[in-house]
Design a protein around this ligand. Structure first.
Ligand SMILES: [Zn+2]
Length: 233
């Protein structure tokens, strides 16, 4: 299965296997070929090995989400998710969405000054390498600030709700537990990434086919290889 997913698309013999397994739409449906390279793609994969191009990329349409901003499609999905959570009595607070190259540079530099570069690299992306710069990522919190940007966030009302429900709105928890070797980041139960409903459905179908409760990371799913650190030099 890993080789099939490694193609980043479903074609040929793999499509036949996937079809038999009930993972994809019946014959006639075009195989999905995601654009994971273009900065403007909703499925762009950015990590320590994959810098945005251009590195100063700015999304075309940024939409306000309270005090934060997201790309229009992600913003709309986020608002829908917020409403659904409200209906369950959970109040999702957008904490940090789009950040420009300059804002990311300033954030990263402040961490370097505070903790040194090695530690800074584990908690904030270098400018040009942040999902926040795509306008597709949002850090969320609880209204009372409980466990903000900490591991224990998972056990808070918002942490628990997004873990169970964010997928219904096209979002994934981008940096899952125990996947730092792949993503370059420790568990961040607050960092949600919009990838759209189709890719989420595929990630879930793939996990279900493997009998796993956890989704593959984007690095694993698209066969990109682990990106634990920045390349040397
Ligand atoms: Zn984040």
């Amino acid at each position: 299965m890993r080789a099939m997913r490694g193609l980043g698309r479903i074609t040929g013999a793999a499509a036949a296997i996937a079809l038999t397994a009930g993972l994809v739409a019946p014959a006639g449906a075009a195989p999905v070929d995601y654009d994971i390279d273009s900065a403007h793609s909703l499925q762009v994969v950015v990590n320590k090995h994959r810098k945005l191009a251009p590195e100063t990329y700015v999304p075309d349409r940024l939409t306000r989400v309270q005090s934060e901003r997201l790309q229009a499609a992600a913003a709309e999905a986020f608002q829908g998710m917020t409403r659904a959570a409200r209906a369950d009595g959970v109040h999702i607070v957008p904490v940090s969405g789009y950040r420009s190259y300059a804002e990311q540079a300033s954030l990263y530099d402040s961490y370097v000054r505070q903790y040194g570069q090695e530690t800074a690299d584990t908690i904030a992306a270098r400018p040009g390498h942040s999902e926040h710069q795509t306008g597709l990522a949002m850090d969320v919190g609880n209204a009372d600030g409980a466990c903000a940007l900490q591991d224990c966030f998972e056990g808070t009302p918002v942490g628990d709700w997004v873990r169970k429900n964010a997928h219904r709105h096209g979002f994934i928890v981008r940096y899952p537990e125990d996947r730092q070797e792949w993503t370059g980041y420790a568990y961040e139960p607050w960092h949600l990434r919009y990838v759209g409903p189709q890719l989420v459905a595929e990630l879930r179908a793939d996990a279900a086919a493997e009998g796993s409760a956890e989704l593959d990371t984007l690095e694993e799913y698209f066969g990109l290889g682990p990106a634990p650190d920045y390349p040397a030099g």
